[in-house]
Design a protein. Structure first.
Length: 272
């Protein structure tokens, strides 16, 4: 149909990725949804296997889309890994796994798609950040670090490619009711009851999970991403989520650092 776009959505098997792929397909676009697992089942869009941590997998997937459709108009970098554990209880290998997925994974997919976008003189890249990429969250330090890094990468990339007619934006959701609450990866050391962080870790992660289960459905985030893909909106950053969480993020840049940290520690019960 006129105006339809070829859109590659990573991490489309569930949650925000699935909601985004479904909505874009319903709006008349040609959607290729990816997952590193086997085919996620019946879907109205085309499925392709993609592991964002593997160079060969990314290149093969993008090449396949270009061969089938002749172009990629938009990329939605949604694939991600939520890792929980105190920084001290996180091994370097575990941290590397998180960064490999959340930062370098998005970079791999963008790099693979950019040459064709530059040649056409148009394109859109939407990176899925998080409000945890604006505020460091206790016991999710590596996850926050990866999303902070993605913010910087997105901002730099947007400036580098604007001259080629390519838009780059970052969407930062707050608590959203998705399977992340059940798929959160806990570091090995965080499962040890002898860890000095054990009691606080269990309590804080339970708070996260309660808020996530009560979070907004992913449809709101999907609608924003669809507007970006269709050019109804243009970057650079969008925060989506409960009003209180968005206020907290805004306060991060206004309230003195010591006061903000005290408030966060008090909220999570982490003061001495």
């Amino acid at each position: 149909m006129p105006g339809s776009k070829v859109v590659l959505v990573t991490g489309a098997s569930s949650g925000i990725g699935r909601a985004t792929a479904d909505l874009l397909q319903a709006r008349g676009h040609h959607v290729i949804g990816t997952s590193r697992r086997e085919n996620p089942g019946e879907a109205p869009w085309t499925w392709a296997r993609l592991d964002v941590t593997e160079d060969a997998s990314v290149m093969a997937c993008v090449a396949g889309v270009l061969a089938s459709h002749g172009r990629i108009d938009a990329v939605v970098n949604n694939a991600g890994l939520v890792m929980a554990g105190a920084v001290e209880d996180t091994s370097i290998e575990e941290a590397r796994r998180s960064l490999e997925t959340n930062v370098l994974g998005a970079m791999r997919v963008a790099r693979a798609a950019l040459p064709a976008m530059r040649e056409r003189g148009s394109g859109t890249i939407v990176n899925m950040g998080s409000l945890a990429g604006r505020v460091g969250m206790p016991f999710q330090g590596i996850y926050s670090a990866s999303k902070f890094a993605l913010e910087g990468l997105t901002e730099a990339l947007a400036q580098e490619v604007v001259a080629f007619g390519i838009d780059v934006a970052l969407v930062a959701p707050g608590d959203t009711a998705t399977p992340v609450v059940d798929n959160r990866v806990r570091t090995v050391a965080s499962k040890d009851p002898a860890s000095p962080y054990a009691a606080a870790f269990v309590r804080v992660v339970a708070m996260y999970e309660k808020d996530e289960r009560a979070g907004a459905p992913p449809a709101g985030v999907a609608a924003l991403v669809a507007d970006l893909v269709e050019g109804r909106r243009h970057g650079p950053r969008y925060a989506v989520g409960p009003f209180g969480q968005r206020v907290m993020v805004a306060a991060r840049g206004i309230v003195p650092g010591g006061v903000f940290r005290w408030g966060m520690s008090r909220y999570f019960g982490l003061q001495r």
